[in-house]
Design a binder for this molecule. Structure first.
Ligand code: SF4
Length: 204
């Protein structure tokens, strides 16, 4: 498909912008990233990971202390609560090991399908397409999906994108959404995909 070819050529080496060294760190960073920029998350996790290096330390944190550690990012009260609960479940049910299945990951508070897919594909190299706000918007504008929910868009993308490209496609669409196809003012004039884009073709 021409759109995928163009995305691949435009974003040849893209990765997640979240800093992480293991599945535990990526899980925590992804839970923290809801409605917050990755830059902001990286600033927080820079201090957070040395202090809570594994699910054990996280499970033993107090709500007050963790809130204080992450208070510069959005929804920090709720995220603190979810992270402590996640630490406890990981210790009690998963022996302190991050599960490498979608079902296992989705048992953790704060980890929905998107977070599970991010961890599966980026930490375990298991093909999955995480549909965040950028992937959702850009996929629909390009005409890759008419889905009305992230789950519907994910199902459509899985049908048209070869499995070996699922992880990369997630990153292509995110970076295209961040850099060019922005929510409010998509920069269609300098977009390399405009000739293939439904939104652009329908508005010109
Ligand atoms: S042409 Fe415009 S709407 Fe289409 S993908 Fe490019 S920036 Fe987005």
């Amino acid at each position: 498909m021409k759109i995928l070819k163009l995305l691949k050529e435009t974003y040849p080496d893209v990765e997640t912008a979240l800093d992480f060294e293991n599945p535990y760190q990526l899980l925590v960073a992804t839970i923290l990233s809801a409605q917050t920029t990755d830059i902001q998350v990286n600033k927080v996790t820079n201090n957070l990971f040395p202090k809570y290096p594994s699910p054990k330390e996280l499970s033993e944190a107090t709500q007050e202390e963790l809130e204080n550690d992450i208070k510069t990012i959005g929804l920090y009260k709720n995220k603190s609560k979810n992270l402590i609960k996640t630490g406890k479940i990981l210790m009690e049910k998963f022996n302190g090991v991050i599960p490498d299945t979608r079902e296992g990951l989705m048992e953790l508070p704060g980890a929905g399908r998107k977070t599970a897919n991010v961890v599966l594909s980026n930490a375990f190299n298991i093909p999955a397409i995480a549909v965040d706000t950028h992937v959702f918007r850009v996929s629909r504008r390009l005409g890759l999906s008419q889905g009305k929910t992230p789950d519907e868009v994910e199902q459509d993308l899985m049908k048209i994108i070869p499995k070996e490209d699922w992880k990369d496609a997630h990153h292509w669409l995110i970076w295209h959404g961040r850099l060019v196809c922005k929510a409010q003012n998509p920069n269609c004039q300098s977009c390399p995909l405009s000739s293939e884009c439904c939104f652009f073709q329908n508005s010109h």
